[in-house]
Design a protein around this ligand. Structure first.
Ligand code: MG
Length: 261
């Protein structure tokens, strides 16, 4: 019986079923489709519908302490950090949605717990606001018991350090290009989340990250040839504005690679 099980396991491994696959993360959600918009509730819903690993979003805190989704420091002409939510929500997103609160985003996340929420804490102009944003985000994620569904990323070393302290069991990856993987490992990070330009400048950082046991994410990869390059490099995640193309390519390339193994 044991022999049969081992043979079956080998077969599955060879066929690629159990081989580690590069996973797809939708950059600012799946927004390039009808009814969606970047950093909207719809963009998370659409990402959930296409069955990918995760949906990325960007968060800031408003002047009155509401964590909201937004990529830029401004929403229209309003500075998010310096404006109350009541004012900010008067300007709707391109798909007609009200500027989403992080709370409403988490509630959408709970509708399909298979889709990870990759939450980027934006670098705030005021570090006190950034600290407040981190605290609020961690508090809400704990309240909804979503620590296993959320992963954190940031360009801010301060935000990352606070996240590692406040939520040690949740993955935290660094987006910047100025720290080598082995240094990030020592600082308690779980992964690297570098641009393709960073990996092109430091191709050795892929093996270094793997040797340290850090996860590897690369952003923002929208062209098929670049996707193929990083899939073949066996990175853990690729963040893209074109999640359907990437999902299809991952399947094709890894099937071919497993046949050639
Ligand atoms: Mg982002």
């Amino acid at each position: 019986m044991k022999k049969v099980f081992c043979s079956l396991l080998s077969l599955l491994l060879i066929s690629g079923t159990l081989m580690a696959q590069t996973k797809v993360i939708a950059h600012r959600g799946y927004w390039d489709c009808s009814g969606s918009a970047q950093n909207s509730i719809a963009s998370l819903q659409k990402a959930q519908e296409i069955g990918i690993y995760g949906s990325e979003c960007d968060v800031y805190v408003t002047a009155d302490g509401v964590v909201v989704l937004n990529h830029d420091r401004t929403h229209g002409s309003m500075n998010v950090e310096q404006t109350k939510y009541k004012q900010l929500k008067k300007l709707k997103l391109k798909n007609g949605e009200i500027l989403p609160t992080f709370k409403s985003y988490l509630k959408q996340g709970l509708k399909d717990t298979n889709t990870k929420l990759i939450v980027e804490i934006k670098s705030h102009k005021d570090t006190a606001n950034e600290d407040r944003c981190v605290k609020e985000v961690v508090k809400m994620v704990k309240k909804y018991k979503m620590e296993n569904q959320v992963e954190y990323i940031s360009f801010s070393k301060r935000a990352c350090s606070n996240l590692i302290t406040l939520s040690p069991s949740t993955p935290v990856a660094y987006l910047g290009s100025d720290i080598a993987p082995k240094e990030l490992k020592k600082l308690g990070y779980s992964g690297v989340d570098f641009s393709d330009a960073t990996f092109n400048k430091h191709p050795e950082w892929i093996d270094e990250a793997k040797a340290c046991g850090l996860t590897i994410n690369v952003w923002t990869i929208d062209k098929g040839a670049d996707m193929q390059h990083f899939i073949n490099q066996k990175v853990d995640y690729i963040t893209t504005n074109n999640p359907l193309l990437l999902k299809g390519l991952v399947k094709i390339i890894q099937t071919i690679n497993s046949r050639n193994t």
